[in-house]
Design a protein around this ligand. Sequence first.
Ligand SMILES: NC(=O)c1ccc[n+]([C@@H]2O[C@H](COP(=O)([O-])OP(=O)(O)OC[C@H]3O[C@@H](n4cnc5c(N)ncnc54)[C@H](O)[C@@H]3O)[C@@H](O)[C@H]2O)c1
Length: 332
Amino acid sequence: MNNTEKLEFTDQVAVVTGAGRGLGRQHALLLASRGCKVIVNDLGTAYDGTGKAEGKVADEVVAEIKALGGEAAANYDSVEQGELIIAAAMQAYGRIDIVVNNAGILTPEVWSELTLESWQRTININLTGVFSVMKAVWPIFIEQQYGRCIMTSSPAMYGAGVAAYAASKAGLIGLANSLAFEARKLKLDIKCNILIPQADTRMTQDFASSVNERRISQGKPASRSAPAEIMQRLSPDKVSAMVAWLAHSSCQAQASIHEAGGGYFARLNWARSAPLFATELEGVENAPVPENIRDGEATLADFVNGDMPKSGDGSMGSPSALEQVFKHLKSE
Ligand SMILES: NC(=O)c1ccc[n+]([C@@H]2O[C@H](COP(=O)([O-])OP(=O)(O)OC[C@H]3O[C@@H](n4cnc5c(N)ncnc54)[C@H](O)[C@@H]3O)[C@@H](O)[C@H]2O)c1
């Protein structure tokens, strides 16, 4: 039976970074409509983080929230200086329950054109920016013994022609897993989860234009754009329900990865194959040789008899790889 209780955020405070437009704006509007006070942070940059930050987009979102009867305040600091954003939120509302790390940039260079400057700019905003915000809010979460945080990753990390962006977004998964580990160690109700959104926003539109400009300059035809009905289906408001759920006190998900877009939602998990042993039992006298791995390819492709690594497994699996080896050796 469905729980009929509405998910509310009364007396809670959320910081939503990059909330002046696109996905962040929708997350802020939804949280505010459920009673949350929201710090609408947005530096106001171009989608690729270049140029001088301009435009008071956060003010417009704050005005929208207030017009709907909600409570919000604008902040224009960069996530690179997370301590300023967190200090502004504390000054405005005296507590922080939720951090939605949404701000991000997308550098469009393909691998052959990617420069170190572009790589570093992307990592600085998308990954180090989240580090900066989380480092600043963490003592507050610990003091409150409570916190919810969401990191915004991307399907680009599965492999796309934007290496810097993909790497920065994949890095967030390691960061979220590590913060979840810290929270578990402290036995505090602090949860860090990951969102993989898809939506038609300024970022995706400007990125598509940039790709097309490059194609045309190379004498190639422009790429075909998706039909209007698909783009409408991908409006950013169709993602925010997942953020609100992950931000809620009743949500116990920890270090979970969730896809959301167009009204579609899914959870991702790690998968470990069945264990392949190349030990004394298999007639290996010294260290296993590459041929053991080649000949064990079928086992390494067997995910039916494998398991799913859980957070806190440690680096060698659960039970750890060494434990598995000793158990296997004793099984004779
Ligand atoms: N739109 C998608 O399909 C999609 C897919 C995967 C991931 N994402 C991620 O979702 C997040 C939101 O994307 P969007 O599509 O709404 O993009 P967007 O460009 O429309 O909005 C991003 C906002 O972040 C702000 N911002 C950029 N750098 C900042 C900084 N240093 N400090 C504070 N604010 C900053 C920008 O000014 C902008 O308003 C991003 O992290 C993006 O990488 C989006």
